[in-house]
Design a protein around this ligand. Sequence first.
Ligand code: ZN
Length: 412
Amino acid sequence: MTTAHDHRRLGRELNLFDTDPLIGAGLPYWLPDGAAVRHTLEEYIRAAERRAGYQHVYSPVIGKRELYEISGHWGHYSDDMFPPMDIGGEQVVLRPSLCPHHAVIYRSRSRSYRELPLRMAELGGMYRSELSGVLGGLTRVRAIQLNDAHIFCTLDQVAEEAQAALEMIRRTYEALGITAARYRLSLPGPGGKYVAAPEKWQRSTALLTDVLDRSGLPYEAAQGEAAFYGPKIDVQVTDGAGRESTLSTVQVDFHQPEQFDLRYIGADGAKHRPVMVHRSIIGSVERTVAHLIEQHGGAFPAWLAPCQLVILPVSGTELPNAEALAARCADLGLRAEIAGPERGSLGARIRAARLVPYQAVIGAEEAADNLVALRLRDGRRLGPQPVSTVLTHISTLIKAHSTQLWDSAPRS
Ligand SMILES: [Zn+2]
């Protein structure tokens, strides 16, 4: 694909990410501007999860083969896994998902019904042995950073948790300025890819169908798209070439709680089996950033932009004012950059910064009165404004994760 907004071309042009044959196919590295976008996105997700009552954990990106034999990945998913490594007579595997680690963390303590729903989240690495022929950019990679979470809960709590996850997805898409192409109820298909437990599939499918029906969202059911352990609600997006991929997902799993013998002590004092809800708000960080690059043509919402404010002193005389403004931006946590006269004429510098949301021009008159002549990425010129007014307004919009550059009063 070579559309105008191919994320691979833009990723290189905008210095976001790149690859090197020496590191390997499907193993991109992130340059400072791409890392700024990724870091901001990850922090947005972590903050949203903290507000929603999730607890974050870290777990290793490898585990013993036995872990994945118990989870079922080894039996149902090994085609997508890297071959095991032999270490001291033990076989260790790069993990194909985070669920087994989280299940083990859950069962590391005795759990009471009072702790449920227990929402465990991690932005963690996982690995997929994609064939080199299909690798490219950030969409098909072998090393994936996944926005993952597992909610351990009672059967009665599943619907509410799944509903809340859908609402988190909706709010996140709004902040990212992206839209879902469609919602898909992903069901198993024929063949041996899926665990054989008809009664569990029926119950989990009924639960997710009910959640979708009550949400009022239009959706389509698709055979052969489920996880091996259970059905999913998948949120699909399309790229510039019309190709569809899954960004977000909500899944119900009765299988792994049983495989790992997960328990909680109920109000009756007896042991009960929790259900696992797997959910991801933005899926893999790589795929989401690829989608954002293509969707916005590199003109990210201001809160995500690698450089949020470019400071343009007309001549060397205004450089001290530019530096003072850059320092104030740094204090406020805004990503600002000075593009001084050594980079060419003012017109050329403005054109070079065309993807930066805010451009603050400082000429002799502005410098004398502590003003900046503000231009917006969309071409609007707001004229001379007090520096404090500009910084307060921009900070407020960015803090609210607004997709507006200036106009609407941001929601807190
Ligand atoms: Zn999972």
